[in-house]
Design a protein around this ligand. Sequence first.
Ligand SMILES: Cc1cc2nc3c(=O)[nH]c(=O)nc-3n(C[C@H](O)[C@H](O)[C@H](O)COP(=O)(O)OP(=O)(O)OC[C@H]3O[C@@H](n4cnc5c(N)ncnc54)[C@H](O)[C@@H]3O)c2cc1C
Length: 396
Amino acid sequence: MRTDVAIVGAGPAGLSLAACLAGSGLGVVLVERSAEAVLARPPFDGREIALNHTSQARLSQLGAWGRLSAEEVAPLGEARVLNGHMPLTLRLSPPERAGEPLGWFVPNHALRRSLYETVAERGEARFLCGRTAVGLELGSRDARLELDDGSAISARLIVAADTRFSRLRGLAGIAADRLDFGKTMIVARVEHEKPNGRVATEWYAHGYTIAMLPLGDHLSSAVLTVSPAEAERLMALSPEEYGAEVMRRYEGRLGRMRLVSTRHAYPLVAVCARRFIARRFALAGDAAVGMHPTTAHGYNLGLSGAWTLACRLREAAWRGADPGGASPLFAYAAAHRRASLPMYHATNAIARLYTDERAVAFLARAAVLAAGAALAPVRRAIVAQLMARPTALAAA
Ligand SMILES: Cc1cc2nc3c(=O)[nH]c(=O)nc-3n(C[C@H](O)[C@H](O)[C@H](O)COP(=O)(O)OP(=O)(O)OC[C@H]3O[C@@H](n4cnc5c(N)ncnc54)[C@H](O)[C@@H]3O)c2cc1C
């Protein structure tokens, strides 16, 4: 089989790239190891993806946002960060006149479904599901992808969006820096007695971190970060015991709690590829930069990278140039590094500071919170970044 662009991985990043390439005239093949029925109806995986305004606008333009039901989109009114039992709270809220939320929470499975429907309905990209990419050859004239059923695809460009533990990244000879936080994040939905006021809280308690993400007035995603051994114990609790445990750890702030979903545990490992491209090859999504979830940037960055890459590929196609050539790939890599690296390092620094139990770290957290709480320009800058709208939607 021959194509212009072969994308490995039909997760949120791979599907976003395929959606961004619709109408470009480029042939696109998506290789995904899950069955197509799973892409059409992905199971709940506990992740509630916080989307900023840029991502929301881009998903709207792609046609994916409109496919989400009202129950699947939860506006975020305010975010608060607390350190232990210190009275000081860092509050982030939209300017009063904006009349808009800070961002939105969308369940990961709903995001994946809406992106799949968007791409499938256009009918331009070809899906090869139930197949795993196992081999790679990057030549000067074209690239070749080998699949586990013995078939092969020859493409002008191969894009790997195959998770943060990307197999293709290694096959392309690209090294990656890996940071294991030695913690596990457990995510699950809980119903609670008291309303959450659409406020998300992140609370750094002693020995664990707990975040509550508002999904409805009396429904939140409880995000618990603990040691791997503790995570194993918590995953083995009965649903009733787990609900009571979350309520206890949240010190009853939202009253009685009841677990209303399955629990999902994610070991916290951040990964950043040393290079984003090779000959006729590019990394996208978590395969390029796999973020610690604490600052909720992973998919937002994945979408922004997919958008940037698609813009460069569309320009190349429009000029009749080679989409796998050096020029679009270098432009993508430079822009995506500029956008993602500062965020990656800042997120790792925050995640380290907030999972460190030493007294000195407690004081450092207190100082950071005090500075953030006291300095209105800092808070305004964070809010402005969350609520920024893209200016060049027409470019893709
Ligand atoms: C608990 C948690 C909370 C998060 N919260 C947020 C948030 O609030 N905001 C945010 O922006 N981000 C968040 N993220 C990050 C976000 O979920 C990821 O950045 C995003 O899912 C990455 O998408 P991806 O397509 O790159 O990779 P993945 O979702 O990992 O998808 C990769 C796909 O590739 C397929 N695949 C892998 N290898 C192969 C192969 N060899 N051949 C064929 N197919 C293959 C897999 O089956 C899969 O479908 C969170 C992450 C976690 C864990």
